[in-house]
Design a protein around this ligand. Structure first.
Ligand SMILES: [Zn+2]
Length: 387
């Protein structure tokens, strides 16, 4: 796509549908250029004719309306989490056309990960992608620091993964960290999300963050920026996948929160040591936050402990980066905002008194991880995907 074609697609994505005069006007394009590019986009199947705009009589010829095609191009988005891997097929409008959820095998090293992804994706493509020509590529979001073998050469390994899969699957493959693609999805999808400097912290099986500075994603040297989940918060804590103990994400994560809810709020005695079934967790974890909001003391105590660990890590980040907006995101339901007040108090205790910041909560939108991964591919079609 050339720059003007991207402008047309971006306008159509924002507006839904437009006529040629509207495209010329909004895209600051000459008539001849717009006509040429629209014809080219129609021929390649990226946009389609959506009918005729009916004008009142006497106002000239009724113009044709154009919109993004929902059939072509398509992209596959993959979200690899420690427990589950989700694969989706999506189009330029972000509609999910097919999806599949798999268990992520335990103790993956780089070789096992390559085998797992190549087999799963090959199967998915056979089942759902009937015409390989309309598949623009595959975007994959991975945990920032996974098993030990990913730690040392994360950058090389993501390149290694994409090159291996490109050859195996014969399509373009791009890889990034899953919380980063989620942050890009939120900034892109949520049009009111206008901050240039912010940090979005996601709490799932692990904790990660996407950092935007001056409107751009901050990667850091070796691309490890944002690994807040591996700050040590409890030196006698649980062993983390990174090999150390008491990382923020081993002390605070959705599995742990849910198990604490079962034990301390519902007073269940035989809570399994293993992680709970994810569907059950996603359905019931919001109750912990609702009950805390309704004044349940045991629920509030769990939140308070969570806030202690989380607040410490956020405060340290704020002191160094002075980021004005912090967004917390998790599968906590609409009452997840109950965490904000105690968290803000905890952070304020630990930062300079003159430092100001805003704290907000955004319920996690599951499709953001997979559609966000697909944006790695679709950034070639739009001008406004900030990655
Ligand atoms: Zn760790």
């Amino acid at each position: 796509m050339n720059e003007n074609e991207k402008i047309i697609l971006t306008l159509l994505n924002k507006s839904g549908s437009l006529t040629k005069p509207e495209i010329c006007n909004k895209g600051h394009m000459g008539w001849a250029t717009a006509v040429k590019l629209i014809n080219r986009l129609l021929e390649s199947g990226v946009i389609e004719n959506a009918g005729i705009l009916k004008r009142a009589s006497g106002q000239g010829k009724n113009p044709e309306i154009y919109r993004l095609s929902s059939k072509s191009p398509l992209a596959i988005g993959v979200d690899v989490e420690y427990k589950q891997t989700k694969i989706i097929l999506t189009n330029l409008k972000g509609t999910i056309l097919a999806g599949s959820t798999l268990d992520t095998p335990d103790n993956l090293d780089i070789k096992a990960l390559k085998i797992f992804l190549s087999k799963s994706l090959s199967q998915f493509m056979t089942q759902y992608v009937s015409d390989k020509n309309i598949l623009s590529g595959i975007g994959i979001g991975l945990p920032g620091i996974g098993k030990e073998s990913w730690i040392k050469h994360n950058v090389n390994n993501s390149t290694e993964i994409s090159l291996f899969l490109e050859e195996y699957l014969n399509t373009r493959v791009l890889v990034d960290i899953n919380v980063r693609v989620y942050t890009v999805f939120e900034k892109w999808e949520n049009r009111t999300f206008s901050h240039d400097d912010f940090m979005l912290i996601t709490i799932r099986s692990g904790i990660g963050s996407g950092i935007f500075l001056n409107g751009n994603l901050y990667y850091g040297h070796q691309e490890h920026a944002g690994e807040i989940g591996h700050m040590t918060v409890n030196k006698n804590g649980i062993k983390c996948v990174c090999g150390r103990e008491g990382c923020l994400q081993t002390e605070v994560n959705q599995n742990r929160l849910y198990k604490q809810y079962l034990q301390k709020v519902l007073l269940q005695k035989d809570v399994a040591h293993d992680d709970p079934p994810q569907e059950e967790l996603l359905q019931n974890l919001p109750k912990l936050f609702s009950q805390a909001k309704n004044g349940d003391k045991a629920a509030a105590k769990i939140i308070q402990k969570t806030v202690g660990y989380l607040g410490k890590s956020i405060a340290h980040t704020l002191i160094i980066l002075n980021i004005p907006h912090i967004i917390i995101s998790g599968h906590f339901g609409t009452d997840g905002d109950v965490i904000l007040k105690p968290l803000e108090e905890e952070i304020r205790k630990r930062i300079l008194s003159r430092m100001d910041f805003s704290l907000s909560y955004l319920p996690l939108e599951n499709k953001g991880f997979t559609v966000g991964a697909a944006l790695l591919i679709f950034k070639d079609y739009f001008t406004d995907i900030p990655i």
